[in-house]
Design a protein around this ligand. Sequence first.
Ligand code: PMP
Length: 289
Amino acid sequence: MKYYNEHTIIYHDGSFVKAAEATIDLYSQSMHYGYAVFEGIRSYKTKDGSTKIFKPVEHYQRLIASAKALNMPFAYTTEELITATNEVLAANKLGDAYIRPLVYGPDNMSFNPNTVSHFTIQAWEMQPFLGEKLLRVMLSSFQRPNPKAFRMEAKASGHYVNSIMASHEAKAKGFDEALLTDIDGFAAEAPGANLFYEKDGILYTPELGHILPGITRATVFEICAPKGIEIIEKPCTVEEIYGADAAFFCGTAAEIIGFESLDNHPFAMKWEDTLSRQIQLAYKELVIE
Ligand code: PMP
């Protein structure tokens, strides 16, 4: 897909500029070492026809925390970031959009810290990510990175080499998506989404520590609380998921997307009859409120 055309406007280091004319220094530390942090945010055309960014404060708080976790200078406030994002959306007349803020380093071929960072916000019309179709998921041979080697709570660009490798493997084997384990062999998350499974009316999800603390994951908790649906955070074994009634991935881009099977093991319940399906529908309503 094409992310921009000759009219597209992005935010870049304090200015609104044409995407086609923006440049990046090839000596940037981020280009060479994957040392950058980013967000994935969505805006929706709401029921009243206006455009609303979903959970912008949460996303920009995470971006600021990610930059801090990687010792990257980044002085913007969430308010400034939200204002700039709304201006990018308006300049490009976007409604249903995917928004990609990125903090990256200056020219620096050493491993020394920087005194400045660069910052850009790009946005494009949202195309369906994984689609509505239930996913055929495979257990990946890749594990998520060791939390003692990386700041797993940060959304850091370098972590996504792991995601890309796991996705390539799953697609090469004819599956839709990968499920990665953590270094202890417990189920962790998808290359770009968190995991839940359902068994006997209770939801289970991996604890924080080896996974990205997803904003959609937190939203699932908010949806379930008033409905009285219990969620247990715990180390989840792969066998438990094979034996589950249903399972789903959740993330800003994927929203909530059910599994058809894991390693060709089908699930005990029909997706339409699950609590997971109810949560999927509730999420779809929430984002356009
Ligand atoms: N895990 C990973 C590795 C991700 O890239 C994402 C997408 N940002 C998620 C989980 C889900 O996070 P969120 O719900 O905040 O989009």
